[in-house]
Design a binder for this molecule. Structure first.
Ligand code: CU
Length: 145
């Protein structure tokens, strides 16, 4: 189990987390004009993305505003399995130049804009050591317009 590498505060919050997860597993289907940029607020708390699951229309552009409420740095990496694997194996300490990829420092807000060009399921992951294996990930279902 990788939780041994995480701060004790995170392990302490796990019981509450189980209950929270049920609440955050909501499906937010974004509607509206696919040509407009829509803003989505993502919160990071106890090494989880909230919401962790949502759906978007193919062709839509989203501006993700990510608030890190934890006392440790996290990442928001949006992409398919191959992207997640590359980051999990990689050594990039900072993100912010690739659409859909951004580092969110402890207690800070960061944003990234991403256009969903293909249907399917994408993942959101944090690849700080141990975080992805711990479960710091989310799922985005991209549906045809
Ligand atoms: Cu993290």
């Amino acid at each position: 189990m990788t939780s041994s590498v995480l701060p004790a505060a995170i392990a302490k919050g796990m019981a509450a987390l189980a209950a929270t997860l049920i609440l955050v597993a909501v499906l937010v289907v974004a509607s509206g004009n696919a040509r407009d940029t829509q803003t989505v607020a993502i919160t990071i708390r106890h090494s989880r993305f909230i919401p962790a699951q949502f759906a978007v229309r193919r062709g839509a552009t989203f501006r993700f505003v990510i608030t890190n409420n934890d006392p440790i740095d996290h990442e928001f990496i949006l992409g398919d399995e191959a992207v997640q694997r590359r980051h999990e194996d990689g050594t990039e300490p900072e993100h912010g130049h690739v659409p859909g990829e951004v580092t969110v420092h402890a207690g800070m807000v960061a944003e990234t804009t991403y256009t969903f060009s293909q249907s399917g399921v994408l993942l959101i992951g944090c690849h700080a050591p141990g975080h992805y294996a711990y479960g710091m990930r989310g799922w985005v279902t991209v549906t045809p317009p």
